[in-house]
Design a protein around this ligand. Structure first.
Ligand SMILES: [Zn+2]
Length: 198
């Protein structure tokens, strides 16, 4: 029986998004790969990643796709029982969206390079160095496995480029969001407004 039956992406109030997910066993991986792949294909906006808790499954796994910057291999990565085992000293702030937080983006500070480990789609142990956008997406998805969202106080930070909300704008969420989106960050500048959800 398929482990992932529901392909609708869970939103912020879903309990699976607030739990620390449990480790995946090797025999679960084929079914989870199939479910993640099916879910990703159904998502609009070319998301860069999706995590199992976003599908209501509280297991430690996610899929990355969409960017091969610095990598000649496949654009898809399936990562199970992932971990960050080292971080570079440099950090960067960039705007992120999340499939589980509809219509909002947040500035998040993350390491620009991370050494990571995970089991791939064949259950092989992988250790690799990720840089730039791929490093950011990996950290975003790993947060999902620990019940952390980009809207949380520990992640969302004010950004100096954001325009201060003028009194006349207050009460107009759409106007404020449009103003925020009009200020591109390096991360946003490489992607369209609708393609950075993860
Ligand atoms: Zn997300």
């Amino acid at each position: 029986m398929p482990m992932i039956k529901v392909l609708k992406v869970a939103q912020t109030d879903h309990p699976a998004l607030r739990q620390v997910a449990v480790h995946v066993s090797l025999d679960q991986i084929p079914d989870l790969v199939h479910g993640l792949d099916r879910a990703m294909r159904r998502c609009s906006g070319s998301p860069l990643g999706i995590a199992l808790p976003q599908l209501g499954v509280s297991l430690r796994g996610f899929m990355l796709c969409g960017s091969t910057k610095g990598y000649a291999q496949s654009v898809h990565r399936f990562c199970f029982n992932p971990d960050v085992i080292g971080k570079g000293s440099e950090e960067a702030v960039a705007r992120e969206g999340c499939l589980s937080i509809h219509g909002k983006t947040f500035h998040v500070r993350r390491a620009t390079s991370v050494r990571v480990t995970y089991l791939d789609q064949a259950g092989r142990h992988v250790t690799e160095l990720l840089n730039g956008e791929l490093a950011r997406v990996f950290q975003h998805e790993l947060d999902h496995l620990d019940g952390i969202l980009i809207s949380d106080d520990c992640r969302a930070i004010p950004h100096p480029d954001d325009p201060l909300p003028a009194p006349r704008r207050q009460g107009s969420t759409i106007t404020l969001l449009a103003a925020a989106l009009a200020t591109p960050t390096p991360f946003m500048a490489r992607r369209s407004r609708t393609s950075h959800w993860l």
